[in-house]
Design a protein around this ligand. Structure first.
Ligand code: BV8
Length: 233
């Protein structure tokens, strides 16, 4: 089987599985529940409008766990090192909202579902760093009167970020690799078909079979910390 270095224009998509070995829960862990709430019911603009305290608590808990307990694992660092030495084009698109790809050395990186360590003004859309709990006292500095800051997260029903850039890269790549995602969430789960329709080779590296494993030319099962350093050697 060819390796990543045998290609010229690579797009990688990662999901929660790439951070699982860093101790961050995936969405399908405990059947996608958080404190008995379905994630899909907490990660929505409606939930935030209905019960902002609950939604802020959900993100505050994940933000502090990320800041206090999580470190990049061998999958993150293998992707960072590969990008550094690769002479072709490389884009990493992550569905994850953690910062472990940055800590693992990745540079050309798009967080299509936002970032846990950022907050956003709902009026000006201005994004700022956020390493503390967001509360009903967290106000923006860009507006008068100031607005309540929200997590810089793309919720279900909201448009993912940088979709034009991502779709352009998917149409031009010769290799698309999906790592650690269950293939349940769109539009990310549809990237493999788009890349394949433009002739890219498609590879899935995942612990288990995913909802769209059949769409890939090759689907390898195992932990990302083992499969990623081998394929991106
Ligand atoms: C959009 C931020 C359109 C939040 C996330 C009905 C109503 C509204 C929308 C929809 C609907 N029906 C469908 C939709 C579309 C919806 C969707 O797909 N819903 C699903 C549930 C059916 N999508 C959206 O709403 C998207 N927006 O469609 O907008 C639009 C168009 C025009 C104008 C406006 C809007 C937005 C989706 C973004 C939601 N936000 N994240 C947060 O993080 O709190 S999604 C969330 O799920 C995370 O980003 C996560 O990454 C993502 C996907 O989950 P996975 O990463 O795959 O994680 P999961 O646990 O599922 O799987 C982990 C995998 O890892 C497993 O396969 C496991 O085997 C593997 N694994 C585990 N350990 C390891 C491992 N692999 C390797 N090694 C290991 N060690």
């Amino acid at each position: 089987m060819k390796q990543a270095k045998d290609y010229k224009r690579i797009v990688v998509l990662t999901g929660a599985g790439v951070s699982a070995e860093s101790g961050l829960k995936t969405f399908r862990d405990n059947n996608g529940l958080w404190e008995n709430h379905r994630v899909e019911d907490v990660a929505t603009p409606e939930a935030y409008a209905r019960n902002p305290e609950l939604v802020q608590k959900f993100y505050n808990a994940r933000r502090s766990q990320l800041l206090t307990a999580a470190q990049p694992n061998k999958a993150h660092t293998a992707l960072g090192e590969f990008e550094q030495h690769f002479s072709g084009e490389f884009l990493l698109v992550t569905q994850n909202v953690d910062n472990l790809h940055e800590l693992g050395g990745s540079k050309n990186l798009i967080h299509m579902h936002g970032e846990l360590l950022k907050a956003r003004c709902p009026v000006s859309e201005k994004v700022s760093d956020c390493t503390k709990d967001l509360t009903d006292q967290s106000l923006c500095e860009c507006c008068t009167p100031p607005n309540l800051l929200r997590p810089h997260i793309v919720w279900f029903g909201e448009m993912p970020l940088a979709m034009d850039t991502i779709e352009q890269a998917l149409c031009e790549c010769d290799l698309f690799v999906s790592i650690g995602t269950s293939g349940n969430v769109y539009p990310a789960a549809g990237f493999v078909e788009l890349a394949a329709s433009y002739g890219a080779t498609t590879v899935e590296l995942n612990l288990d079979a995913s909802a769209n494993s059949r769409a890939f030319d090759t689907s390898l099962q195992g932990p990302a910390s083992e499969l990623v350093p081998l394929f991106f050697a």
